[in-house]
Design a protein around this ligand. Structure first.
Ligand code: SAM
Ligand code: ZN
Length: 595
């Protein structure tokens, strides 16, 4: 392989190195290092949890077999392992695959071939031959597994791979990973990916294969074949969701990014509805709502195939959302989906919001029935300020993280700090996530509450104390440094604020203003602002929110698109990879499609 290095820049991220040419032919965004690091952290935990689950399943099966054989020998009757117990394993753990084949064989033959060094010279160095490092997967050899009961290393599909950087990092950095398949429908990206695979040497060559394919077609024609599917599209992932949920094995993990935040956060409600099947609302909580709309949409696609999702981590970082969900199959479990979804009523006058679950469970004679929810949960006019409600959703209103997973991911990240280039950022996000109330969808903004009443703000700790002293829970949110999650009902929140205003009076307002209407009522609850939050001197030092590491840390222009002066003024020079085309790009919706 001989490449003229003067055409390329070498970029190193984690343990992977990629060659990038200067013409914006293949997509690369440095800012996505947070996204890639977080995904590696989740992958590592996925591998260890999957092993634990497999062990548990084997020992359960063994116990089941032992019990049966003991019983059988007593009865002198030969029977099979109880079908219910196997079915139970299948449902709770997903199809835990038993290794009958394989793990990708380490390459044995290497020949002399020219590769490029970091210093930028073309040199002779031993790498695999073209035949063995074909990057198309056709020559990947497999050996027989060590026998029954052994778990196959997870197969990963990066459906939208561009340069292959992410796949290369997965292959080189995640211990215990199996084959990584990198797809792209753009030939320049596939060529770049194949070049990068070779450039990364034998481990990359043995594990990563690159295909020129349409992601949807590929995923549909490879049903239940992958343990991990990674979707990292330009803008919305919506067109890939249906095929992605089908191509995952039971218990597999879908990792999915959406960068169309303007759509998901209410800029274009009808576009969001057409793409995701939900209406967004423009509240302070809109970024968390974006996560929940994406989760609801994935669940809806999964349900069509008797499958359902279990979210393990859902984060909003920088300019996008990214969710990590496991996919299982169970016709019984999907009946519970309506219990996990809610409409949101947002008052147009004040900051009150209320959730309306779509379904409810009804127990009778030891059996559970699933029925449509009771409603409406709100009157026509807001009982706090008298204004109308805007309806949003349906959103995923069940937990968006599994806190046990979050703790493992965070512990793992902390134990290998040096292996995450974006350690500071991802550990801050994970810390904030680990402190969120898991069962409280969306959040309040203290600033907004005060803006409605036109009052000065209590300190965050004073407000939190009043909520706790009233007998409710309260936490922060990773999405917004000033957001507060609480299970206190809105009338309690307003009573706390009414009590605050009694000692911090406001100027008289027009009587029809939401704030005036709220303050005209006497509080039922007497708020107690006495300190109830633990002294946070030590804990406070843990960083939860970080500014962007550098200027123009954001979306990048789609690869292959002509860069114009308009792009530079909107996104900044760094964001357009330093390229400027002479003609202006006249495509209508160009900026909305960029990430
Ligand atoms: C945002 S980039 C992916 C970035 C990459 N995951 C990373 O971490 O650097 C999206 C890629 O998806 C590819 N793509 C878009 N539509 C596709 C489709 N239908 N099938 C396969 N690839 C597609 C584009 O060519 C582009 O390279
Ligand atoms: Zn209201």
């Amino acid at each position: 392989m001989s490449i003229d290095l003067s055409d390329y820049k070498i970029i190193k991220e984690g343990e992977a190195e990629i060659l990038i040419n200067a013409k914006n032919e293949v997509f690369y965004n440095k800012a996505q290092v947070h996204n890639r690091d977080m995904s590696i952290a989740v992958l590592r935990t996925f591998i260890s949890k999957r092993e634990e689950e497999h062990e548990a399943m084997l020992s359960k099966r063994k116990k089941g077999t032992k019990k049966v054989s003991e019983k059988d020998s007593a009865e002198s009757v030969v029977r099979e392992v109880p079908r219910e117990s196997l079915l139970e394993d299948y449902k709770s753990n997903g199809k835990s695959e038993v290794q009958n084949e394989i793990s990708p064989e380490e390459p044995s033959n290497t020949t002399e071939e020219s590769v490029i060094t970091e210093r930028g010279n073309t040199v002779e160095e031993p790498v695999k031959t073209n035949e063995e490092c074909s990057s198309t997967g056709e020559t990947v050899k497999r050996t027989e597994g060590k026998g029954q009961g052994q778990l196959k290393p997870p197969r990963v599909l990066e459906a939208l791979s561009a340069s292959g950087l992410r796949s290369l990092r997965y292959a080189r950095e995640v211990e215990g990973i199996g084959q990584v398949v990198a797809l792209d429908n753009d030939i320049a990206s596939v060529e770049a990916c194949r070049r990068n695979i070779k450039f990364n040497g034998s481990v990359a060559c043995s594990k990563v294969e690159s295909h020129h394919a349409d992601a949807c077609v590929y995923m549909l024609t490879h049903p239940k074949e992958f343990d991990v599917v990674d979707l990292d599209p330009y803008g919305s992932p919506c067109i890939f969701l249906d095929s992605a949920v089908q191509s995952l094995a039971d218990g597999g993990m879908l990792m999915c990014t959406a960068t169309d935040m303007a759509v998901l956060c209410g800029g274009n409600g009808e576009v969001c509805y057409s793409k995701y099947g939900s209406y967004p609302l423009r509240g302070k909580y809109c970024h968390e709502m974006a996560l929940r709309i994406l989760l609801a949409s994935i669940e809806s696609h999964a349900n069509r195939y008797k499958r359902y999702i279990v979210p393990v981590l859902s984060v909003q970082m920088n300019f996008y959302v990214r969710v990590f969900v496991r996919i299982y199959t169970s016709a019984g479990e999907i009946k519970k989906t309506p219990l996990k979804l809610s409409y949101v009523y947002q008052c147009a006058g004040c900051d009150s919001f209320h959730l309306q679950p779509i379904g409810r469970a009804f127990s009778k004679n030891n059996s559970v029935r699933y029925l449509p929810g009771f409603g409406p949960v709100v009157p026509q006019e807001c009982s706090d300020c008298g204004k109308k409600f805007i309806m949003g959703g349906p959103i995923w209103s069940a937990p968006i993280h599994d806190q046990d997973w979050v703790a493992s991911i965070l512990a793992d990240v902390k134990s290998m700090k040096d292996r995450y280039p974006a350690y500071d950022h991802i550990s801050a996000v994970l810390t904030a996530v680990s402190e969120e109330l898991p069962d409280v969808p969306l959040f309040l903004s203290l600033h907004n509450l005060c803006a409605t009443l036109k009052c000065t703000s209590p300190s965050k700790d004073d407000f939190k104390s009043a909520v706790i002293n009233a007998g409710y829970r309260i936490s922060g949110t990773h999405v917004n440094p000033i957001g507060l999650k609480s299970d206190a009902p809105m009338d309690v929140i307003w009573d706390i604020m009414r009590c605050w205003v009694k000692t911090h009076p406001v100027k008289a307002q027009q009587p029809d203003q939401p704030g005036s209407i709220i303050l005209a009522k006497e509080p039922v609850l007497q708020a107690n602002f006495a300190k109830a939050v633990a002294s946070r001197s030590k804990a406070q030092k843990v960083i939860r929110f970080l500014p962007n590491p550098e200027k123009h840390w954001g979306p990048k222009v789609r690869a292959g698109r002509r860069i114009t002066s308009k792009h530079i003024s909107l996104l900044g020079e760094a964001a357009v990879n330093g390229v400027l085309n002479q003609e202006d790009d006249i495509e209508g919706d160009k900026m909305s499609k960029e990430r």
